[in-house]
Design a protein around this ligand. Structure first.
Ligand SMILES: O=P(O)(O)O[C@H]1O[C@H](CO)[C@@H](O)[C@H]1O
Ligand SMILES: O=c1cc[nH]c(=O)[nH]1
Length: 233
């Protein structure tokens, strides 16, 4: 059996699946970090691969940008392919001055502006949270690997570009570390269907100051995030 947006056969996708927004990041990771790689999905160019990392079977699946797109893949991975551990490996914009470009955030919770969430919870506000077990393991692993991380809350938005000034001020004041576009829906769907979820986010830019990482910096820091995520598999 296949799902609507993924053409993998049952059993082709590992229990642990890493989720970058960018399908080409999935390809890069598969080609550079995994062995015995099989590409199981090309539908809509949303690449998915399964391979081995230090003897463990692991998959990496692009989700596209935004909660609408990511929600589709997350739903199908859990409900059709029975994936158990879903770990987002993404980028985010920082809204805190002390967060340097390239640093890794372990997202403990995700607020957001998704209509999907407000409709589901009838206008009330669900606290979408990561799985504690995965979060704790990622924290310990990062310490062991001597990778500096920041654990805290993030915000997932459906609109990348800000049309109004000072949009992030209130979130900054409440300690939110960074802004991405998928973590909230990941935590919500995973919790609903009994899977474990975590989001690791590399800071690619600072939304307040406007600074952004160079391509070289992105590559180096991206490796830090991948070492943690793959270590969890
Ligand atoms: O780097 P990825 O995983 O795509 O994540 C971030 O980058 C995209 C926006 O440029 C959004 O998907 C956002 O969540
Ligand atoms: O969603 C995102 C991702 C990276 N940088 C941002 O500013 N926003």
């Amino acid at each position: 059996m296949r799902s609507l947006h993924l053409e993998a056969e049952i059993g082709q996708i590992a229990e642990t699946v890493l989720l970058p927004g960018d399908p080409l990041r999935a390809k890069f990771v598969a080609e550079n970090f995994l062995t015995d790689v099989v590409c199981y999905n090309k539908v809509r160019g949303m690449y998915g691969f399964t391979g081995n990392y230090k003897g463990q079977k692991v998959s990496i699946q692009g989700t596209g940008m935004g909660m609408g797109s990511a929600g589709i893949y997350i739903h199908e991975l859990i409900n059709t392919y029975r994936c158990q551990n879903l770990i987002r490996v993404g980028t985010c914009g920082s809204i805190q001055p002390e967060l340097d470009l390239g640093q890794v955030i372990l997202a403990m919770s995700a607020s957001g502006d998704s209509d999907a969430n407000s409709l589901l919870f009838k206008g009330m506000h669900y606290a979408a949270t990561a799985d504690f077990d995965l979060l704790y393991k990622a924290y310990e692993l990062a310490k062991e690997l001597k990778i500096k991380t920041h654990t805290g809350s993030v915000f997932s938005t459906n609109t990348f570009y800000d049309l109004e000034p000072n949009r992030w001020e209130v979130w900054q004041k409440h300690g939110v570390l960074g802004v991405d576009m998928e973590s909230q829906i990941l935590f919500t769907i995973a919790k609903r269907f009994g899977a474990k979820a975590l989001a690791l986010l590399t800071v690619s830019d600072n939304i307040i100051t406007g600074t952004a990482s160079s391509q070289q910096e992105r590559e180096n820091t991206f490796n830090d995030m991948m070492k943690i995520a793959l270590g969890l598999a």
